[in-house]
Design a protein around this ligand. Sequence first.
Ligand code: AMP
Length: 548
Amino acid sequence: MSRLMGQMMQMPLLISSLIVHAARHAADTEIVSKRCEGDIHRTTWKALELRSRQLAQALARLGCESGDRVATLAWNGYRHLEIYYGSSGSGLVCHTINPRLFPEQIAWIANDAEDRVLCFDLGFLPLVEKLAPQLSQVKHFVLMTDRAHMPASSPIPNLACYDELVEAEDGAYAWPQFDENTASSICYTSGTTGDPKGAVYSHRSTLLHAMGAALPDAMGCSSADVILPVVPMFHVNAWGLPYAGALVGAKLVLPGPHLDGKSLYELFEAEQVTFSAGVPTVWLGLLNHVRQNGLKFSSFRRTVIGGSACPPSMMRALEEEHGVEVIHAWGMTEMSPLGTLAKLKAKHAGLDDAQRHKLLETQGRVIYGVDMQILGDDERPLPWDGVSSGNLVVRGPWVIDSYFGRSGSPLVEVDGVSWFPTGDVATINPDGFMQITDRSKDVIKSGGEWISSIELENIAMGHPGVHEAAVIACAHPKWDERPLLVVVRKPGVALEARELLGFFEGRIAKWQIPDDVAFVDEIPHTATGKMLKLKLRERFKDHKLPSA
Ligand code: AMP
């Protein structure tokens, strides 16, 4: 039997269509950047689209060909956004590198991705000068600034000035049309274990993700929003906001390297930001600043917090002290990154405050486009009862099926269908609210029972004397592993272990209360702001628990 085909226009889903749309329908909507140079720069979607075309011409003039990687070491700013659109839009691949990684890792990643061009912010000049001899594939180094800020001399051969490259072109360039499955960008996983691996996104996956991200039950972005992504554009494409922002035609505010509480607060107020997104650690700084100075937000309405578990105390503080809705989200580099967001359903309207919060503190429900399951140790699906906890697997058009340049598939098969194993351990309730209890390697196994480190950390973070808390497994002769609580106290607070452990009583089953507390000056973080438990486990590997 012959199939009746749809009779719709064939238009590939290309990233260039986002910027063309924004230039036409949000022409005068602003993009405001706090530059590395220190000043505020203002442009519009229309002007940015023209500069992106000029950049596409400039990259072609440098000899870049379809599929070549254009790497960035850059903060959130309009030039970085131009590179997003100018490179991907012209068929090149935008490779954002996390500048907070160790220099050897940056070099490793740039070489693994075979980057041809490296564009970087002024602040990274000393770093790139040191790294340049190791970057064997990079043919062009481009400093993202104007002529006035170019160094008089540099050991980097043929260091180009970004503004000069762009401004030498006339912009008479038509965005090319090609297969929507073409690679658009690459991000490397943060690599807390083993070498980082590249996730290669396509134009199609990026567009579908942007549409999903903008939905009301996801980030709920609209043209009425002023969006300030605190999450860096090198951390999984700022969670899709540079694309979703163009899709809805929102005003964007890009903070550059100025991410301390004071600078962020001033930018939020000056530009009347309504919506933001970032990892929990950045909100710690911002909340401390507004608290210490008795400040209030005048326009800030909602924020997505994800990348690691949002402590309930942080959610409460933003909601109750500032009227800011916190949308807790979960995702990963391999998922572009959005998977789930905690938004209530109509049936939850009548819930009391405690029940509402119980749901809002979970990692939330999937966006259409992502499906998930939890698997038991026998690789069979577990029930969605909010209690059974298993290995979380996902699938969807913006989930990877392989890593860049790696043979073998990371996927697992369940009943003939492929799923990506996230490495997270979770429960799912009957309404589809997923709750991460741990990374599989962070789970504490005490006498055969699992203890959630995240749950213990959340309780500790609720203590007024705790600045930051991490829970790791400590070897125990009887129970195999027992939880050790590692805490950074708030400045000037004389908090003792006994008092802090007493705080857990009545908040969790007695057998799950940590056995001991270690006070430290600092908890190490990964380059994307996640707690580096690997380092903590190393540091406390010989720690003697009082119960041992
Ligand atoms: P990355 O690819 O570096 O963004 O890391 C992804 C991992 O971060 C996930 O697999 C989770 O372990 C963790 N993660 C992300 N969001 C959350 C969240 N809201 N709560 C707990 N863990 C999270």
